[in-house]
Design a protein around this ligand. Structure first.
Ligand code: NDP
Length: 301
């Protein structure tokens, strides 16, 4: 049974070395981040009891309340925040400082209270890259990549693909304007590689030798009734499918991949990877992913 989210008017105050950590989003009920972090903090506190006083929660924050939420949270003693749908881009003008890599990505998923202000980081790209390797035994540079979606998670995914020099890159999004805007941002942020913007989810690189990796970075799949963001029969050649959604663990996209015997993975490993990197930023300690993986397993059973 997952913990119920708090609302902004239920915030506790943290005193005497107590530290508040939280994930903010809307919707947020599905998030298992509190269970991952609780498992890692428990392991950490066996060596350093101070971490017993650190608590990670999930807080429902509607898009129009993010600006109000950030000072409320710092005043209450929150020192580390994760951001999920739909806050990763909208938060940028609200921050005091942004880490260089997050600046290049144009999206932030981790906030740390530093020097009396919120500093933004992005750990999604590293989490995605590590899990693609764990799932498929290949690096992003080995693939042609088709990213579905153009929101905050997509920004991290496409930037990571470009940083790692993937073979070719295309983006398909429901609203083509948002995908075109993303390609402009990539150019402004210093990426010179060509990025194709598609008006249909197809493989524009079918005549090349590299295999296609499809990454779902849309929110389609979060609700059990959601349709698949693509019809995999459009891709007769061998593809790999990575769905950033992890709860539910088998989306309609992944069920199609399984039926077609296409290698696939959900986004649980990415969630664990990005969470471990976030906790490293907040604690200054090396975080092993094992405890987080166990916490995730328990939360999802
Ligand atoms: P955003 O709100 O920033 O972006 C949402 C994206 O989904 C947009 O591209 C949007 O398209 C698209 N979309 C939404 N509804 C539909 C629909 N009905 N049909 C087609 N496209 C749709 O969210 P994020 O980028 O932050 O998150 C996206 C997903 O990635 C979420 O499911 C999130 O949980 C997951 N995620 C998982 C992580 C992990 O660690 N596993 C890490 C980060 C994210 P449009 O622009 O047209 O509105």
């Amino acid at each position: 049974m997952l913990e119920e989210p708090l609302s902004l008017n239920q915030l506790p105050n943290f005193y005497n070395n107590e530290v508040g950590l939280a994930v903010l989003g809307y919707p947020i009920k599905h998030s298992i981040s509190p269970e991952l972090h609780a498992a890692a903090l428990k392991e950490l506190s066996e060596k350093e009891p101070i971490f017993r006083k650190w608590k990670y929660q999930k807080i429902e924050v509607l898009p129009n309340r993010l600006a109000e939420a950030l000072p409320l949270l710092s005043d209450s003693g929150y020192r580390g925040l994760n951001l999920t749908i739909p806050h990763k881009v909208e938060v940028l003008p609200l921050l005091d400082c942004i880490d260089d890599q997050a600046k290049v990505m144009g999206a932030v998923n981790t906030l740390s209270w530093e020097n009396q202000g919120w500093k933004g980081y992005n750990t999604d790209g590293a989490g995605l890259s590590g899990d693609i390797y764990n799932a498929f035994g290949k690096r992003l540079k080995d693939f042609n990549v088709l990213v579905l979606g153009a929101g905050g998670a997509s920004r991290a995914a496409v930037s990571q693909c470009l940083m790692e020099d993937c073979q070719n890159l295309a983006i398909y999004n429901r609203s083509i304007e948002r995908a075109s805007h993303l390609s402009e941002i990539l150019r402004t942020n210093g990426f010179s590689q060509e990025v194709l913007i598609l008006d249909q989810p197809v493989n524009p690189f079918a005549d090349t030798n590299s295999e296609l990796l499809i990454i779902n970075a849309t929110s389609l799949g979060l609700r059990r009734e959601d349709p698949s963001p693509v019809d995999l029969s459009v891709f007769p050649e061998l593809v790999y499918v990575y769905d950033m959604v992890y709860n539910p663990p088998m989306t309609k996209l992944l069920k199609q991949a399984k039926e077609k015997k296409i290698p696939f993975s959900n986004g649980l490993g990415m969630l664990v990877g990005q969470a471990a990197r976030s906790l490293e930023i907040w604690t200054g300690r090396d975080i092993s992913e094992n405890a987080m993986r166990q916490g995730a397993k328990l939360a999802l059973t």
